[in-house]
Design a protein around this ligand. Structure first.
Ligand code: NI
Length: 392
């Protein structure tokens, strides 16, 4: 089986690269993956599979083995980002302001590649490999919840997924045996002061000064209020106030993101933010509104399944090709599947400084090393086949 997989991966290399370039050429934003969905359905139908639409613009299909066995799911995300593509390649985005700047084009191509590899091996499979093409990974709360609500995990014993990963060089597979990616949370604070002329600050309540004090104090949460052994980030990305140089505005707006690995810590950070805002506002005679929103839970790999993926990775890339990585504080709604069934998420190295592929995910010049696509296909295919029969 392993030899057949390797041969088919190699035979279908160009197919996978061509698909990846097609998706890169014609990216679509979260929940708008209509043409992307059409193309995926067509490719799967051409393999003799029976794809069905799911979660609006998603697709589910099954490769049913000749013999009975368990069901293993493999997931790829489908959406692009509202970024102007500057990759400078012939496959640069044709859709103005929309770009596959995270590598999801490659994820879809890899999963279609897996279908192309495993479909001809149906007679040798015991069990079912279910393909999940999930729309809308980028926009909270993400498309995974809708996929799950529609039953995509029904009967599934294990799930795997991969992200092409620029920080890792091509030829490396990164894994963890537990915490892998963070739970993101967002917050917004509106500070309400009292506007006035810049020359009469004593009769105004300056929300800019209040905001400055709030920002300073929020940055003490991680250093002074959280267990130093617990990884947490509080970052502020928006601080907006005023329009005219000699006018004290009425309000200021602060927005930020929080990254944690457990829900209790997130609640503790929310509590601290509100305490700080309330205290600072009281000191200055200002009022406030504080709102929060959560998205996906933290992504935690099942150690046993991660070990199976590790073995598949080592078979493809060699023992030195697989490494245990530190968790990252980015979020990923693959975590929603892992709340329901055990599984593992992996990072397939796709950075290559020698080829000038050095730009991070979500950068306008982001691009992947296409040599990584075959690695991804083979590791996912081997892992899926292994998980069909392995003791879980
Ligand atoms: Ni991504």
């Amino acid at each position: 089986m392993s030899d057949a997989i390797r041969r088919l991966v190699s035979e279908n290399r160009d197919y996978v690269v061509a698909l990846r370039r097609h998706f890169h050429n014609f990216p679509e934003l979260s929940t708008e993956e209509v043409k992307t969905q059409e193309r995926i359905m067509a490719e799967l139908a051409a393999l003799g599979l029976a794809p069905v639409k799911a979660a609006g613009t998603g697709v589910v299909a099954e490769i049913k083995g000749a013999r009975p066995g368990r069901t293993v799911a493999v997931r790829a995300d489908m959406d692009a980002l509202p970024i102007q593509d500057e990759c400078g390649q012939p496959y640069q985005s044709q859709n103005a302001g929309v770009c596959h700047a995270c590598g999801h084009d490659g994820h879809m191509a890899m999963l279609l590649g897996l279908a192309k590899v495993l479909a001809p091996l149906r007679d040798e499979l015991a069990g079912t490999v279910r393909l999940l093409f999930q729309p809308n990974e980028e926009m909270p709360p993400g498309g995974a919840v809708a996929m799950i609500d529609e039953g995509c995990l029904d009967g599934v014993a294990a799930i795997i997924g991969a992200h092409l990963w620029q920080p890792l060089p091509t030829g490396q597979l990164g894994l963890t045996f537990g915490r892998m990616m963070a739970q993101p949370g967002a917050f917004a604070i509106v500070l309400k002061g009292k506007g006035g002329h810049g020359s009469t600050p004593h009769v105004a309540v300056d929300p800019i000064l209040v905001g400055a004090a709030v920002v300073q104090a929020l940055h003490t949460i991680v250093s002074r209020s959280i267990d130093p052994l617990e990884p947490v980030v509080v970052s502020i990305g928006v601080f907006q106030a005023g329009r005219v140089y000699n006018v004290i505005p009425d309000t200021a707006r602060i927005e930020g993101t929080i990254r944690v690995f457990d829900g209790e810590t997130l609640k503790a950070v929310h509590r601290r933010i509100e305490q700080i805002v309330r205290g600072v506002c009281e000191a200055h005679g200002a009022a406030y509104e504080f709102t929060t929103s959560d998205s996906c839970p933290p992504l935690v790999n099942d150690a046993g399944i991660a070990r199976r993926v590790w073995r598949a990775g080592a078979a493809v890339l060699g023992d030195k090709g697989v490494c245990e990585i530190k968790p990252v504080l980015g979020g990923e709604d693959f975590s929603c599947y892992l709340q329901k069934v055990p599984g593992a998420f992996m990072f397939v190295g796709a950075g290559n400084a020698a080829k000038g592929l050095v730009y991070p995910h979500h950068h306008p010049k982001f691009d992947i090393d296409e040599d990584a696509l075959a690695h991804g296909v083979e590791i996912l295919a081997r892992s899926a086949v292994e998980l069909l029969t392995a003791e879980l």
